[in-house]
Design a protein around this ligand. Structure first.
Ligand code: C5P
Length: 409
């Protein structure tokens, strides 16, 4: 934190009473802190208290009430240019809406727009649980995430309304921890910066006829989390995805495909040029040999059709890869499959395989968490705990970074 320029944004929610403590903690760590307080925030925390703990004037309105020869006419731009990071705690539904749509009618929203590319923005929404879960708030949060912001969900507990539930802002100590992580050299000085990373994600669909297909339950969440995390570390990310209902992560080049054959065709042009190929897609192993045109009739009591093997995209990359290129796979297993995962690692010529167990509750398809065991090409095995997929993606990238040719000693 030492010497880092941090803007602390405070909006009008009761949790604002905790934020002066965050400012103190940041100052103690040696950060330079400027506070941007919204009109609503003024009702919950005093400007004088914030000016005292930050040792700086508090930034509120874009237009000062009076103009003198000392007035800084570019203040709304220079605040954003000055910042190494912005943390908004608490963030209200109103400010989330402004930020996501590009409104800038106060210093906080203006500095968000003028922030330099790549500077972290951490947003801590805190409000009544129903408000937080409303479709408009959720939509605005999604937009901000795709723009590259990190949004930390509120915690559950006692609320100002007297109710118990979702909506509390995390403690200032914990907000500081999130910020430290976001500003850590692992994220800001990642060896992935500038590397070309290709990620496959989601299921494939294999046509039976014009209206039916074979597929699986994959949601694409793990692959998208990896793409998002790699882009945050400064990689040039290409995401090749089967049909999913997910927003494209910020700064990621997305290619939509349906079948395994289409996925291979989309991936092939990157085989020679990419540095890292991460195959998180749940590619159908087989496809109907001869899909019917139009819609199959249900005249017969029984029908049979032949399935043929699909290309193994990852294995093809593993075979072709030049020295220095990394091939990373997943091994989703329904039985104890660590040995199977090890076999795939060597059969497909991979550098790392992430084994995950399929239970549809804590790990595997269509859930928000995953329990990964990372097996490296030399056999080193790391068991990770149950983690949100974004965090699991971070751990996977940490392991991949260590395998990059320049990091091998
Ligand atoms: O052999 P298995 O399908 O279990 O291997 C899993 C790994 O191989 C995953 O990383 C998956 O994305 C990849 N794969 C592939 N093409 C296939 C089948 C699997 O790229 N046809």
């Amino acid at each position: 934190m030492k010497g880092k320029n941090i803007i602390v944004g405070i909006c009008g929610g009761i949790a604002a009473y905790k934020t002066p403590q965050l400012v103190r903690l940041l100052k103690k760590q040696g950060a330079n802190v400027k506070v941007a307080l919204t009109e609503g925030g003024c009702h919950f925390v005093s400007e004088l208290a914030l000016a005292t703990v930050s040792g700086e004037q508090v930034y509120r309105k874009i237009f000062p009430p009076t103009f003198t020869e000392n007035t800084d006419y570019t203040g709304h731009i220079s605040l954003g240019e000055w910042a190494d990071a912005v943390v908004i705690a608490p963030a209200t539904a109103n400010t989330l809406a402004k930020l996501s749509s590009g409104l800038c009618d106060d210093m906080l929203t203006a500095c968000f727009i003028t922030l330099r590319p790549g500077k972290p923005v951490l947003i801590f929404p805190a409000m009544d649980g129903q408000m937080f879960l409303s479709p408009s708030v959720q939509r605005n949060i999604k937009t901000l995430i795709t723009q590259g912001c990190t949004v930390i969900n509120p915690e559950s507990g006692e609320l100002a309304s007297g109710l118990c539930g979702l909506g509390r802002m995390p403690a200032p100590e914990s907000i500081l921890g999130y910020l430290e992580q976001e500003l850590s050299s692992a994220t800001l000085h990642s060896p992935l910066r500038g590397k070309s990373v290709v990620v496959t994600a989601g299921p494939t669909r294999e046509k039976i006829d014009g209206v039916r297909f074979i597929s699986n339950y994959s949601s694409g969440k793990m692959g998208f989390a990896i793409a998002r995390a790699a882009a945050k570390r400064g990689a040039r990310v290409t995401l090749i995805t089967g049909p999913v209902h997910l927003e494209t992560p910020f700064d990621v080049d997305r290619h939509d495909v349906e079948s395994a054959q289409e996925m291979l065709a989309a991936a092939l042009p990157f085989f020679r040029s990419c540095d890292i190929f991460i195959s998180a897609a749940a590619v159908s192993d087989y496809r109907p040999l001869a899909p019917c045109e139009g819609k199959m009739k249900k005249d017969e009591d029984e029908i049979a059709f032949t399935l043929v093997k699909n290309p193994d995209i990852l294995a093809e990359f593993g075979q072709q890869k030049a020295s220095g290129q990394l091939a990373i796979g997943f091994a989703l297993e329904t039985q104890t499959g660590l040995d199977n995962a090890r076999k795939k690692l060597s059969a497909k010529n991979l550098d790392l395989i992430a084994f995950n167990f399929f239970d549809r509750k804590t790990s595997g398809f269509d859930v928000d968490t995953n329990i990964l065991t990372l097996i490296e090409r030399d056999g080193i095995t790391t068991e990770l705990p149950q983690l949100p997929k974004d965090d699991a993606a971070g751990k996977l990238l940490d392991a991949i970074e260590k395998l990059l040719p320049e990091n091998l000693h």
